[in-house]
Design a protein around this ligand. Structure first.
Ligand SMILES: Cc1cc2nc3c(=O)[nH]c(=O)nc-3n(C[C@H](O)[C@H](O)[C@H](O)COP(=O)(O)OP(=O)(O)OC[C@H]3O[C@@H](n4cnc5c(N)ncnc54)[C@H](O)[C@@H]3O)c2cc1C
Length: 420
């Protein structure tokens, strides 16, 4: 056994995990299992951030980023056509440029190949990681194995997506292409105007993401993790340990893990994190008491949203809007989701609806930041998971817990370093 692969001796100070979304809560559970004293800190409480409102898909195959070759030609249509899934708050554009330029540059084929190669180890076995982290927790009731379907208007539209599908094939994913009536054999409620579908087995879903994270946190707390509800304003590496400056005074920790999703840049900046981080605002609508409920998550590739059968209704989730962390939700994305469900599931009626907007943590190169700070020995990063943070959260949490505890994770983490 190598020297690094020995558990660090326990300290009387806790490891402080800041952010109780899927990443932070998973990290807390794994650190607790490794025998560490753990404190979980969140200004809102567990499962109230982006982990609350996502589409609930354990999207193992989502190794291809949003920006791919040709995005510069496609972006104007995505932004300006009536059913385009891209929105922009124009007043935010000057602030966005520092992110947008490297983000678009990362659409080159070789960069996208690098991203896919390095997302695969975080996503491919993610369903097993969810079963592992939820072992013994009531959270398990929200977790299901499920197929995942992508629907296209035509075979030609599917063929036009061949760059993404070829990358998935290269990384070991397999699927079945359905055409014509075969689509309705799986999901009778899908409109016959969708002529082609891709069906991937061995995926998963969470039928209530907010409650899932809360139940995981409850289990962690019942097993000894201390939960603090407060905001962290700053983190300082000192000789006494890591000092967290919170709204309720200082906390001294053995180590700190920054798992604050889209809000991580301010805390991570002082510790050598160089990758630009933005919020990709996303939206959902839950249709309550829907008249049709598909059996699996369905990705509509034309409007880029997912419908997922949830415990409280049918959730429509998706949209990318650039507009920062503080602006209120826009109306356009909600209208687009409703037009989308009318086209995809034309017979679907419902009693009432709930709406939500949240913040995907988007790095400029579409890879998360996972690992130890390059400048502060006891500060760790676990954020920036874009569209796949629910899927990759438990594995990220486990890798971080192993690093903090002094163990050597069994995958190469070089691509996720903060000063890349
Ligand atoms: C519409 C939409 C659909 C999506 N669908 C999917 C999907 O189907 N599958 C998938 O895998 N992913 C999906 N995602 C992405 C996924 O939800 C995120 O990547 C993931 O939830 C990020 O988790 P997190 O733990 O990093 O952050 P969060 O869940 O946002 O947690 C961060 C926490 O940090 C806290 N915090 C922030 N700053 C501070 C501070 N200074 N002090 C204390 N606490 C702080 C916040 O209160 C929050 O609770 C979707 C996202 C959106 C918006």
């Amino acid at each position: 056994m190598s020297e690094v692969n020995v558990l660090k001796p326990n300290s009387d100070k806790p490891v402080a995990i800041i952010g109780a979304g899927i990443v932070g809560v998973s990290c807390a559970i794994h650190l607790q299992r490794l025998g560490k004293k753990v404190m979980l800190i969140d200004r809102e409480g567990p499962g109230e951030g982006t982990s609350y409102g996502n589409a609930g898909v354990l999207a193992c195959c989502s190794i291809v980023p949003v920006v791919t070759p040709g995005i510069m030609l496609k972006a104007p249509k995505m932004l300006f056509s009536q059913d385009g899934p891209l929105f922009l708050k124009w007043g935010y554009v000057p602030k966005l440029m520092k992110f947008l330029i490297p983000y678009l540059r990362a659409s080159k084929a070789e960069t996208v190949e690098h991203i896919a190669k390095n997302l695969t180890p975080l996503l491919a076995d993610s369903v097993d990681e969810h079963f592992n982290v939820s072992e013994g927790s009531p959270a398990r009731k929200w977790l299901k194995k499920s197929p995942y379907m992508f629907v296209y208007k035509s075979r030609a539209a599917y063929d036009a997506d061949s760059f993404a599908w070829n990358l998935r094939k290269k990384h070991g994913f397999e699927w079945e292409v359905l055409e014509g009536d075969d689509i309705q054999k799986y999901e009778p409620s899908i409109s016959r105007s969708y002529k082609c579908a891709v069906l991937l087995q061995e995926h998963g879903m969470i039928s209530n993401p907010g409650e899932y994270v809360k139940d995981l946190a409850k289990t962690a707390i019942s097993e000894g993790v201390e939960m603090r509800i407060t905001g962290v304003n700053d983190i300082q590496q000192t000789e006494r340990g890591v000092v967290l400056k919170t709204e309720d005074g200082d906390i001294i920790a053995e180590a700190a893990v920054i798992a604050t999703g889209a809000w991580s840049a301010a805390l991570a900046k002082g510790h050598g994190a160089k990758v630009p981080l933005e919020t990709e605002r996303g939206y959902h609508i839950v249709l309550e008491e829907p008249s049709v409920q598909p059996t699996m998550p369905i990705m509509d590739t034309t409007r880029k949203f997912v419908t997922t059968p949830m415990s409280n209704g049918l959730r429509l989730a998706g949209i990318v809007e650039f507009g920062g962390l503080t602006a209120p939700p826009s109306k356009g994305p909600f209208e687009l989701l409703l037009r989308g469900v009318n086209a995809l599931l034309p017979d679907c009626t419902y009693k009432s609806k709930q709406t939500w907007m949240g913040h995907r943590p988007a790095t400029a190169d579409s890879l998360p930041v996972i690992g130890r700070s390059p400048t502060s020995d006891d500060v760790y990063f676990g954020y920036g998971h874009h569209h796949v943070g629910l899927t990759a959260g438990p594995k990220t949490g486990r890798l971080l817990a192993e690093m903090v505890a002094g163990l050597q994770p069994n995958i190469d983490l070089h691509a996720y370093r903060a000063n890349r």
